[in-house]
Write a protein that binds this ligand. Sequence first.
Ligand code: DGJ
Length: 548
Amino acid sequence: MKRSTRQLVVSLSLMMAAAGAAAASEIPQIVKKDGRFALMVDGAPFVILGGQAQNSSNYPLALNKVWAAIKDMHANTLEIPVAWEQIEQVEGKFDFSYVDTLVAEARKNKVKLVLLWFGTWKNTGPNYVPEWVKFNNARFPRMLDKDGKNIYCLSPQGEETLKADKKAFVALMAHIKKIDEAQRTVIMMQVENEVGTYGFARDYAPKAEAQFNQPVPQAVLDYKKSPVALARSGTWKQVYGDYADEYFHAYSIASYIEEIAKAGRAVYNLPMFVNNALRDPLESPVKPWKENFASGGPTYDVIDIYRAAAPHIDFAGPDVYGPESKKFTATLDRFQRKDNPLMVPEMSNAPEYVRYTFQVLGRGAIGFAPFGIDYADYSNFPLGHKATDKTMTEPFGKIYAAFRPMERQWAKWAFEGRTYGIAEGDDRQPQTVDMKGWKATISFREWQFGEQKYFKDVKDLPAGTEKPNGGVAIAQIGENEFIIIGQRARVKIDHAEGKPSMWARVEEGRYDASGKWIMERNWNGDQTDYGLNLTGNPVVLKVKLGTY
Ligand code: DGJ
């Protein structure tokens, strides 16, 4: 090679290496286009196929049981707490040894991290604040009830509490930046955990009372319309009537969180979100708080208030612990908004929830993470799965394993609005999905061969379908082309305008690491004559249809 050519080759490869490094170290962020969102990780859309560890596994020696479960689940991301009590046991002295171990081990296990900041609020209570905060009511005031008595929650009006929580969070963000800026293992932060207050609508201490009687800030008025027509401006009570206590508490907590998130992002600008212990998504019209959920938390009816008060929070995500399919769908509808990307940061890991994986991912969520993915000797049954072994992770693991090789493509298709997802309803009835030019019909409890009407005498039902557990996710990757992934369901696709059509190809296979489709076999004959029959073992199908 001539010297000049060699020089050119060397400098070109240096440039390419530099470009590669730049792409790899691009900071994660959430971007929006055409009302849809993508979580960008290493410069491209990413979908969190996650699992959340149990609450008390946030210690170096407890992590092995978490990694084992995350591995069996084929998850690409672990959600796990970092507690204020563990990083600042002594005021002003920070210990990040757990964070260091966690990040190093996540890299070894090739998974990303979403860190959950357990600070002033964890399931509304202050259990995770350091002892020097927990019992110093004078400096870190608790909320007061109407009789002026301390209640269990710290007050969002507590200036010293906010200052101290913020300081710890900022120190954490600075540390993450220091150890992770080059590799970006940590991709997102949850600020606090299931905030709000059970049993009390808000703080009734003099400071909170005074603020409650001030005019509602303009930003809130702009975002949040009152469910009942009252004064257009004025005090909280004048504008929001019976909803005022809850709305004011939501505003107080959101403003507190905003301060923390803003300061944290100023140091290291990772995406940040809040999670929500839900209120009934089917209540209509939405009624004022009546001790029926945690007042002040980011429930769907106050997302507007969180948007107004906390612009440094990217979204509010629902923690779903109710198995009813109608409620599940309604919750997704409530949280997937043009100003709120969908992510399910927690969901029960019980068997009846497995099917929702397809629904959530198909709806274009940026992330999904069942809770309790951890072989610690603890199970939150009856809320979650009874088991603490592989039988808990395997049902999700099979689905993630099918998604994983195409996770980047899936995230891109979702961002482009090409994906759809459904889960079998409690009524077990067929469902339809309207796509561009095509309509899918998905039915359940079918055998792989034949139509039920041909076999009226056969009373058997396919094993494993005793309870609803079917689900399908579809990506329309071309005019007549689809990627289908699902379980325990039959999929038929018809032309939307009724033109006669038939399968052109139904290839079973997978995408390789470079994004190339590898076909394993082409389904035809019995495998397609009665629709595409998906068993309990999810496979990926690349399907083409044509009309005649
Ligand atoms: C929701 C909380 O956010 C989690 O930390 C955990 O407590 C679960 N509930 C219940 O196991």
